[in-house]
Design a protein around this ligand. Sequence first.
Ligand code: ADP
Ligand code: MG
Length: 230
Amino acid sequence: MLKLDGVTIRQDDFTLTADLCIPTGAHVAVIGPSGAGKSTFLGAIAGFVPVSAGHVIWDRQDLTALGPSGRPVSTLFQDNNLFPHLNVFQNIALGLKPSLRVTTTERAQIDQAMGRVGLSGFGARKPAQLSGGQQSRVALARVLLRARPLLLLDEPFSALGPALKAEMLTLVGDICAETNITLLMVTHDVGDARVISEQTILVADGHATGPFPTAELLDNPPPALRDYLG
Ligand code: ADP
Ligand code: MG
């Protein structure tokens, strides 16, 4: 279980509070108006953003004092964090070995991850030789290999067309279900929330609240969400 216990995040004159629990293995959407603090909320879980009060706890382990690399968390942003000078295989291998010196076993793991995301045979290509959807798949294979129990997505597929985006959301959902990864995904498209998650966290008016059943929240939105949905 991921627990944000009495958390307050302050950045200049911006304040966000969060006091909530997310069960292990849940797939949770994070929605709310632009600038409400969705990325900040994920950043506090990943360790990029310090909290000024409260605790971030995963499975009884207090993460609050740990930096991003010490946390059981992978984060995917819209830009996919790919290195242009490295090929697909190397970009994925970085998830295991920053030195890129992989053992035979690790090579097999990387090949397996490439297969799982539909990139078999693409190992020698550079990111520039891939479509946007394929680039997202590389980033996903790296996440798979890192095998961290928490995956945070910050609008990662918003640059893709609707069909490709739906395909990637399904792939992410399947991979997380297979590996019991707990998934939090920021989206500005409430349709995505309905697709990926039965539960949704609302970030609005300085508070992260929920998770709420997605359908109930969207069918009967509180005022802050109603304004945003239009
Ligand atoms: P969202 O992802 O929901 O659009 P953000 O989390 O990016 O919102 O931003 C929430 C608020 O925090 C905004 O008011 C933004 O201006 C502010 N903010 C974001 N990053 C920083 C920072 N590094 N320092 C100060 N304020 C920040
Ligand atoms: Mg954001």
